[in-house]
Write a protein of this length. Structure first.
Lengths: 240, 240
DNA sequence: TGAATCTGCGATCGCTATTCGCAGTAATAG
DNA sequence: CTATTACTGCGAATAGCGATCGCAGATTCA
């Protein structure tokens, strides 16, 4: 997935020290730079997160950032792990592993909704295993202690649940953003779709498009409940 | 999702004619250029698909490609729709919509496995609705004719099934590529993970990592069967 | 035949991530 | 207390990217 790792495989960001012992005190820090990058991504999308833009936001030059971070990819990893830290792991496992895991999934979905660029990021570089993600993983495994299945199956289940969170988040974002309700989406895609449907073939598609129901305004709570319901149906089958 | 659409919203590629009526006959075609791009992506990943590389492969200059395609994004759309055409829609609906839809899902997963860059692509630009994708959509809706639920629900179900296909494809690709079986993955991620697990906290993670079972060699057919099994469990609940 | 319109494409623009080297600063070693 | 070492900030430069411009030549239409 993603791209060619190509060359030598540098150690992960988290393994390199933030700074050495000698020399002047740094004027900035990894968390500060990461926060600026997250702010930029929240406001303008992942594509707007360029080293130049971040440096400008911090009032410095692009080259300075490389004292804190070896590459832009490192910075993306830091961003991913930072928002992973927004998930609350303080609740102790209740023994109902399906419910506990569903709670984590709902929180994951919320993170995706708060930071839509995380969808792009998760797709581009698989799962990023920083310290907060590892905390999450350990917590999820703790929650799954009473569940059947071996370790590998549990890890796969955790991954699938995260994927489902991203899928549902994507769907909620799509349903919210364009005019997909009564307004038949003035996008280029929508225009083409309408023209093709009107063209004669694709009768089923035409039927669905013309029968435009009322805009589907469920509350976020209803969305979460739907998500939980589906998880409750899938999870028992996954680990058995 | 993906990026800022920003400016004016050009009409989709499929709506613009491939060429005008006057002038010399073009030396190349959209399908030819798309094929070159797909070949490049299959061999070297999506990042290697640059206008320059494609042009070089075709023995021409980068600027020439813009006679056939308005932008690189157009080309990516063409690529996506091309491989969407690899899905066989010739089978008539049997009436068992769960089985029929599962068949489409298995084919989608196969496409992702054959063209892993499609995972990146699908994530970056949501669903691309070219002519082949529209054929797919209409066929899926035909398959869902006997299913309960209104049109919107069916469209959402189709989208979710596609997402599940991408999720499972990703998992299979990850399980195949690194040394995730007995070899504990010599990647930077793996090294960091091991070091953190050995550090004391994260007992559940440590337990799972040390209890490294035998490599999970299921055949592709078994994988498909597992995927179908899960679909058979989720789908009845989704449309009801 | 003349006008309109297309094609191929070299040259170029503005953007990107990243590297180099240097000047200045702080902690350490002797 | 000084010399060494290792660091920091960062201007300048490199290589690669997508995309545009404009021109020469070809084709079609009126």
């Amino acid at each position: 997935m993603s791209d060619k790792p190509a060359h030598p495989a540098r150690p992960a960001v988290w393994q390199r020290p933030e700074r050495g012992a000698r020399g002047p005190a740094p004027e900035r820090s990894r968390p500060q730079i990461t926060a600026a990058a997250v702010e930029l991504a929240d406001a303008e999308g992942l594509a707007a997160v360029s080293m130049r833009a971040i440096a400008h936001l911090l009032g410095t030059g692009p080259a300075s950032l490389y004292r804190y971070v070896a590459s832009r990819d490192d910075l993306l990893d830091l961003m991913a792990d930072t928002v992973a830290g927004e998930i609350d792991l303080s609740a102790a496992p209740t023994g109902d592993w399906i419910d506990d895991l569903s709670g984590l999934a709902v929180q994951s979905k919320a993170v995706y909704l708060r930071h839509p660029w995380m969808l792009d990021l998760a797709a581009q570089r698989g799962q990023v295993l920083g310290p907060r993600a590892i905390d999450y993983l350990d917590h999820a495994l703790a929650v799954l202690a009473p569940a059947p299945g071996d370790g590998r199956a549990k890890l796969e289940a955790i991954g699938l649940v995260g994927g489902l969170a991203s899928l549902f988040a994507r769907q909620e974002l799509l349903a919210a953003s364009p005019g997909s309700g009564a307004a038949p989406a003035p996008s280029a895609q929508g225009a083409y779709l309408a023209s093709v449907a009107a063209e004669g073939r694709h009768p089923h598609l035409l039927a669905v498009l013309t029968a435009a129901g009322p805009p589907p305004v469920d509350s976020p709570a209803e969305r979460d409940a739907l998500f939980r319901k589906m998880l409750r149906r899938v999870l028992p089958g996954l680990l058995s």
